[in-house]
Structure formats: C-alpha cells, structure tokens
Design a protein around this ligand. Structure first.
Ligand SMILES: [Zn+2]
Length: 91
C-alpha cells in the first residue's frame, strides 16, 4: 500500500471548513480533492472549475503624463497645460 499519492496540480487547500469554519482540516482518501474537517467530521471536496469573463472590462489606464494633464485641466490650471499630440489635450 502506497501512502503517498501522485501530486495533483488542481487540488486546492481550504483554510476553513465551509460548514463549521473549523481550521482542523486534513486530506481525505475519498478522492484527490476531498478534505475532512476534524471539528464537525464532514468530508467535502474543493475544486477549481474555471473562470468566467468579466461583464465589464476596466478602462485602460492613462499614462502618468495624461493623468497629470487631466488633473491640471480638471482643477482649472489652464496656464500650465501642455499640448499632448496623441491624446488630443488642449494647449
Ligand atoms: Zn467543519
């Protein structure tokens, strides 16, 4: 009998039991994904199935120079605004 299994790269390690929030968790021989809670004695699995696409993509970040010029424009410092060619900033 082999005590050690082959490594499972998809195995996840919970910090807390999902039923009683106990921290006394041990791997269980039931499957490659199962854990046993030493406090409530439940046996459960933790699996990662994938990731959905976000409903809304975040806007691309502006450069430091663009952010500075936007801030100056927003606060009315028109005298120090510079012309930025590719962003259409005003002079
Ligand atoms: Zn538990």
């Amino acid at each position: 009998m082999s005590v050690r299994r082959a490594p499972n790269p998809n195995r996840n390690f919970p910090s807390f039991c999902p039923y009683c929030a106990g921290e006394e968790l041990y791997p269980h021989e039931g499957s490659d994904f199962s854990w046993k809670c030493g406090e409530c004695l439940r046996i459960f699995e933790v699996k990662f199935y994938g990731q959905d696409d976000a409903d809304v993509a975040p806007a691309p970040a502006v450069s430091t120079e663009e952010a500075l010029q936007n801030s100056l424009r927003r606060h009315g410092h028109d005298a120090v605004l510079r012309t930025i060619g590719h962003t259409g900033g005003n002079a």
